[in-house]
Design a protein around this ligand. Structure first.
Ligand SMILES: Nc1ncnc2c1ncn2[C@@H]1O[C@H](COP(=O)(O)OP(=O)(O)OP(=O)(O)O)[C@@H](O)[C@H]1O
Length: 331
């Protein structure tokens, strides 16, 4: 009977109780360490059974808990591991196999993705000063809370971006664009993989990377009571611009995003339309000549004319830097 966990626990507690009762009645000290090896009370056997059962049942319970709370998450992780293994075996083409109900799912990597991954692998072996951004198998999994399954937001993203190029990430809402940008700008850590900005690792060298980085966040982070110009002066100073250089950079920025004429740049941001705020956020990300710029959906809320203007700003800005921007618009 003691083989059943509940009974072995009961038996152990029962023996403890018996010793405690007789100890109280006879004035002895109850169960002692030496009593554990007494074959009459069977405590040694009970303890051995319990230790063995704990060693087996605890990992089993943990496993079952993971499977039930993660849903398909665990399976996905197994698929990712399988992919990594296959990558080493055959780098030119990758497949992963999994089962969904009774259907077999075959996942085949796009040849472009495979090619980009190979470029990254090569660059990591022989670093090139020409590449501003290298993302190496960057992955983000948000761990589910309160019984929710894990969410794989970015899966093994590899890309290499040389200076002077603008890379557009196109995808619908929820595709993982913001998660990628958030990892690149140090807001959230990657779950696995890493990325390098001018050879600096985003996991360890974020402070150095910030000095050469511009960011246009998905949601405008502006002060309603400051003017557009004051924002640019503030961020310009953070980028070490001073005096006449700072004033010129501010004017140029306002002009580049059409916020100069008519004194618009000197109005409080609280009076700006959504599109004007977006353009100011873009200007802020470019001030101070950052070598790497991340723009998360910079064209959101812009009318077609402003959007065209934004693309020409980006085209001009990419000349001496690398830009990664996300968008849900094909245009
Ligand atoms: N903090 C979080 N915790 C859990 N899941 C998250 C978290 N942030 C994002 N997600 C999920 O990760 C997935 C990718 O989200 P992400 O915001 O990166 O996508 P996106 O392409 O930028 O879309 P959007 O334009 O709507 O922001 C989505 O399914 C989202 O619900």
């Amino acid at each position: 009977m003691e083989i059943i966990p509940g009974f072995s626990l009961y038996r152990g507690l029962y023996e403890f109780g018996q010793y405690a009762f007789s100890g109280t009645a006879m004035g002895t000290s109850g169960m002692e360490w030496t009593n554990l090896s007494d074959p009459v009370n069977g405590m040694r056997t009970v303890l051995i059974i319990m230790v063995i059962e704990w060693a087996i049942l605890l990992p089993l319970a943990f496993y079952l808990d993971q499977v039930s709370s993660l849903g398909g998450g665990l399976r996905k992780r197994l698929l990712i591991s399988l992919k990594c293994f296959k990558k080493r075996a055959a780098s030119f083409r990758r497949y992963s196999f999994g089962r969904q109900g009774s259907k077999v799912v075959v996942e085949m990597e796009n040849p472009d993705t495979t090619q980009e991954r190979e470029v990254v692998e090569q660059l990591l072996l022989e670093p090139s000063a020409n590449h501003a951004i290298i993302s190496d198998n960057l992955t983000k999994v948000y761990h589910g809370k309160d019984g929710n399954p894990d969410k794989l937001a970015v899966r093994g993203l590899s890309l290499a971006l040389p200076k002077g190029q603008c890379f557009g990430m196109l995808g619908p809402n929820g595709a993982g664009k913001t998660s990628f940008i958030s990892m690149m700008i140090g807001l959230i850590p990657p779950t696995s993989g890493t990325a390098y900005v001018h050879g600096m690792d985003i996991r360890t060298d974020m402070n150095e990377i910030y000095t050469n980085m511009g960011v246009c966040p998905q949601h405008d982070l502006l002060w309603e009571t400051l003017t557009g110009r004051e924002h640019l002066l503030f961020y310009g100073r953070l980028k070490n611009l001073k005096g006449a250089e700072l004033l010129k950079a501010t004017d140029d920025s306002l002009k580049s995003v059409n916020l100069f004429r008519g004194g618009v740049g000197d109005k409080q941001v609280g009076k700006y339309s959504g599109g004007m705020k977006r353009r100011l956020s873009v200007a802020i990300s470019l001030i101070g000549d950052p070598k790497v710029v991340f723009m998360d959906e910079p064209s959101t809320g812009l009318d077609p004319a402003s959007r065209n203007n934004l693309w020409s700003v980006v085209k001009e800005a990419k000349k001496n830097r690398a830009i990664i921007l996300t968008s849900i618009h094909l245009s």
